[in-house]
Design a protein around this ligand. Sequence first.
Ligand code: 13P
Length: 251
Amino acid sequence: MRRPLIAGNWKMNTDRASAVALATGVARRASEFAQLDLLICPPAVYLIPAAEAIAGSKAALGAQNMYHEANGAFTGELSAAMLLDVGCKYVILGHSERRHILGETDSAVNKKTIAALDAGLIPIVCVGEMLAEREAGKTADVIRRQFEGSLAGLTAEQAGRVVLAYEPVWAIGTGKVATLDQAEEVHAALRSLLAQRYNRQSADSVRILYGGSVKPSNAGELLSQPNIDGALIGGASLKVDDFLGIAAAAK
Ligand code: 13P
């Protein structure tokens, strides 16, 4: 029913040559994965060469961030229209590194989400608790606050076009993966928030990705959970074999 989405978030990694090599490697084998969506999200400066490298393949291009305004005096920022112009279909918004290192708030993520949807980009809106929040039993509250803050004001139709990503902060880049129960519990909670806030149709159509130390060796069982519809992959997306090994596990 929901088409799996396997997304690589390259973060602030690669250089021009390695970005092109990685994109080319993914594009070459993308046709092996007809039943799922493959996405690469390179650093912004490499979007154009990456777009050229994947042209004609079924791999899609996404950005790691954007600004909500359409244009103007916003030094250093990129608009949704610019991302579309260079071939992006998706944009990652509210990644925990942007929330916790760059100070991005739910309100900022909300403005970006609306601007992305208005422009025709698919936002991948990230939520996730920190270790101290999980240990204090606050995971459900944090997820609900980020969900409601980031998606405030969306219609059910707009909500149905969003991709959500659950990335427990303590599992990102640490090698610590959430247990299947921990991940599925939050994914199911997100889906019931969608059903309560919008409607069953939106809740059933939204893809909810898991992120945090996903590897070929653990992807199969994560992706077999009923409410886990794909993966948002950091470190393992920087190697073609690992990234596509995760995609193979989603088949
Ligand atoms: P890792 O896969 O490196 O843990 O990163 C996850 C992530 O933050 C993807 O957005």
